[in-house]
Write a protein that binds this ligand. Structure first.
Ligand SMILES: [Zn+2]
Length: 459
């Protein structure tokens, strides 16, 4: 079969490829990248006789062409808690933020995605609403062991378990001592176990001895979720991976103390991957004002020295990915009247601004966009088993972003596109703005405006 001809050629002085940043022409046809050539070279994807010439887009010199980002940790909450967030608003925020695929978490929606009927309900709810592609994680909760094979066959990217309380009553947790048999089952399916890794017993002990004289202080929340809880949970996961040979992914690592355990597990050849989130990298507990519950999440945001060590773990490749853990709620559920950290919903909304947040801080630390793309596109795609995206490479989907790395702007919650304006990044000055987002070769967002009908797909 002859190669399809390209219908779009994107030419840029700076294209972020897995091999580095270079001038290139990216030839797109049928929604895929057909060829990557030098700016002067001809491509064998030139039009066949009788075919139309491709559209040629010349990016301004200040713009960098990136692959569309993959955010593998998003709580969309639809159906069931669509008041908190929904497919339409979440995927619009993603498109505006340069994210072309999100992977939706199995909880906070009702029903949780713990059986195939619930997965079907989610796919039905998403119909016609998606501005970017959406993949789905399944849930592993006590009692749904027999549902895992059918969920896997239906296309979930892996299974999420909580080791501690999930925050919602309909989603049970798996005790650390029960992880190995669960991982065994998931490994037999050829799937991945993704885990909220905080030890429930250590958290319970810390909470029992808590000084609650000032529940408006973030320190109260921080003291109730000590770093040892994360380290112990990660140790249990490493032991289960060793015992079963199964694949484990640690969600939203906050405690840098777990780095050594992970590094050792990697050196041992265990299949363990790790993500962290923009808020753990860019916000420090010392700076969180009393009553500012928009900063509450679990595990909690820790101190400046811990954040510095998370950056070191990223630089060393011990942490693989940076994803949002976008988990919004209605403003009234953040206990705005009392500022009580123990009563407020824990979850941070930042889907649309992950790229500028991480880029601004990464640049200050000497990283270039190749690193940011590895953390925010390639690694999350790999962790979610999405092999056709996450990098600018021949054969990959033509999900692309023109990014202005030097544009400075101020985050304003009400201007963000997710459902509620609450975000702990309010007022933060960031560098880096999305100019254009292409989904499968079609521009879907340009200069602050969404283009055309929602053309994302559930996969
Ligand atoms: Zn989450």
């Amino acid at each position: 079969m002859p190669e399809p001809a390209s219908d779009l050629v994107l030419r840029a002085r700076q294209v972020v490829t897995p091999e580095g940043i270079r001038p290139a022409a990216v030839h797109v046809g049928d929604g895929r990248i057909l060829a990557i050539t030098g700016l002067d070279a001809m491509s064998d994807t030139s039009p066949h006789p009788g075919q139309d010439l491709p559209e040629v887009v010349e990016l301004d010199d200040h713009l960098v062409l990136l692959p569309g980002l993959v955010d593998s940790h998003v709580h969309v909450n639809e159906p069931g808690r669509t008041r908190w967030e929904g497919f339409f608003t979440a995927t619009r925020a993603a498109a505006a933020g340069g994210i072309t695929t999100i992977v939706d978490m199995p909880l906070n929606c009702i029903p949780p995605t713990t059986d195939v009927a619930a997965l079907r309900a989610k796919r039905d709810a998403a119909e016609g609403q998606l501005h970017v592609d959406v993949a789905v994680w399944g849930g592993a909760v006590p009692g749904n062991e027999d549902d895992l094979p059918a969920l896997h066959a239906a296309g979930v990217r892996g299974f999420k378990a909580f080791l501690c309380d999930s925050g919602v009553p309909e989603y049970g947790c798996v005790h650390p001592t029960d992880v190995a048999p669960l991982l065994q089952r998931i490994a037999e399916l050829g799937s991945t176990l993704i885990v909220h890794a905080e030890d429930p017993d250590i958290c319970a002990d810390a909470s029992a001895t808590l000084d609650l004289r000032n529940p408006r202080s973030h320190d109260s929340w921080l003291d109730s979720r000590p770093p040892e809880a994360e380290v112990a949970a990660v140790r249990a996961l490493v032991a289960a991976a060793r015992e079963t040979g199964g694949r484990v992914h640690v969600l939203h690592l906050s405690a840098a103390d777990a780095g050594e355990v992970i590094a050792d597990a990697r050196a041992e050849g265990l299949a363990i991957t790790v993500e962290t989130c923009p808020h753990y990298l860019t916000i420090h507990a010392e700076d969180i004002p009393d009553g500012a519950t928009e900063f509450k999440c679990a595990p909690p945001i820790r101190g400046r020295a811990n954040a510095d060590r998370l950056w070191d773990l990223l630089a060393d490749g011990i942490i693989d990915a940076v994803v949002s853990d976008h988990s919004p709620c209605p403003p009234e559920d953040k206990a705005p009247d009392t500022g009580d950290f123990m009563a407020a919903w824990g979850g941070i909304a930042s889907l649309q601004i992950g790229l500028p947040l991480v880029w601004t801080a990464a640049r200050d630390r000497g990283h270039d966009l190749t690193d940011v793309v590895r953390w925010m596109a390639a690694a999350p795609a790999r962790i979610a088993g999405l092999r056709d995206r996450g990098g600018i490479a021949v054969g990959a989907r033509a999900d692309l972003v023109a990014f202005d790395p030097d544009a400075e702007w101020t985050v304003e919650g009400t201007a963000l596109e997710h459902r509620h304006p609450v975000t702990p990044h309010q007022g933060r000055v960031v560098a880096g703005a999305v100019d254009t987002t292409w989904l499968a070769g079609v521009p879907i967002f340009r200069d602050g405006t969404h283009l055309g009908p929602p053309r994302g797909r559930m996969r």
